[in-house]
Design a protein around this ligand. Structure first.
Ligand SMILES: [Ca+2]
Length: 313
């Protein structure tokens, strides 16, 4: 099987960084065509910078990194420095990137790339708010049927919310964009909090990253150390959830994940539950399934894969 062509759309974010590193470490399974940055965890200037810092950390400076949208479709940007620190990538001390941003808007890169490849051969991997993807779909509706699959981190059902009692951060920041994407008809795989809250960086798992004794291994250990402080306090769990790498791990080892094909709709009206992913897990409506919504993860298999791959960088 040839490597799957993907675009990573991202708002790094320590966990985004690990997701990108996993993709870069797996060229047999993943051909990373480019990275588009979006505003989310931190403002766009920082996410566009952080994406390049991560590429340079991996020694992969030939990946084009494009800046995308700097604000949600209809709302003011909400950021998450309380989780990720002021830079979005707090933890390790990493040099400013030398590689420049690629020319052209991230949204145009998504459109042009999908049009340039055969239909059904490019997968989109959103790791942040869905603003870039929705904007691309609105600007160029012809690309929707060309998408092989959208594998995204976002939403929650049984784990409800992490930014409000009922909403997960990525969807909450731009619910209108999420609504467009979930209604687009493109095949969607969702990694919600239900799965990512099982991907906990426990002390032994963090130690395994550090024991790689490489620039990448130590940086990843320091990144997960950093946001662990916040999550441990908040959830009382044994480690911080590594949300976004679930997306790239799925492309390599889909059998690590279990889920259901269900209907997922996005709340865009209610002040109380704005950004909620209303997943018909129990099939109580006749609404047609539009997503494979994941519910379970083989966490040991996931961390074994991650550690083995990061060792290659
Ligand atoms: Ca992210």
């Amino acid at each position: 099987m040839s490597a799957r062509k993907i675009i990573i759309d991202t708002d790094p974010g320590q966990d985004d960084a690990v997701a990108i590193l996993l993709a870069l470490a797996s060229p047999d399974e993943i051909e990373l065509l480019g990275i588009t940055a979006v505003a989310g965890n931190v403002p766009l200037a920082l996410t566009a910078k952080n994406a390049r810092i991560v590429c340079e950390l991996a020694g992969k400076t030939d990946v084009p990194v494009h800046a995308g949208c700097e604000a949600p479709l209809k709302r003011k940007l909400v950021t998450a420095e309380h989780v990720h620190g002021k830079t979005g990538l707090d933890g390790p001390v990493l040099p400013d990137p030398e590689m420049p941003l690629a020319e052209g808007h991230g949204v145009d890169f998504i459109i042009d790339t999908l049009r340039a490849h055969d239909p059904g051969t490019v997968t989109l991997c959103p790791l942040g708010p869905l603003t870039n993807i929705a904007t691309a779909f609105q600007k160029a509706p012809d690309i929707v049927t060309r998408v092989q699959e959208i594998v995204l981190m976002g939403g929650a059902y049984f784990e409800v919310g992490n930014i409000t009692p009922t909403a997960e951060f990525n969807i909450y920041v731009d619910p209108e964009a999420a609504d467009i994407v979930f209604k687009s008809g493109a095949p969607i795989v969702v990694m919600p909090l239900d799965v990512t809250h099982k991907a906990l960086v426990t002390k032994p798992r963090n130690d395994a990253f550090r024991a790689l004794d490489s620039g990448v291994g130590i940086a990843v250990a320091e990144m997960t150390d950093f946001f662990e402080r916040f999550d441990k306090e908040k959830y009382g769990s044994e480690g911080a959830p590594l949300h976004d790498p679930c997306v790239t791990a799925y492309l390599i080892r889909p059998e690590l994940f279990k889920g259901r094909r269900v209907n997922v709709e996005i709340e865009t009206q209610s002040d109380l539950t704005l950004g909620m992913t209303v997943a018909d897990w129990w099939g109580v409506t006749d609404r047609a399934p539009n997503a494979l919504f994941m519910g379970d993860l083989d966490a040991d298999g996931f961390f074994a894969l991650l550690t083995e791959r990061l060792a290659r960088l």
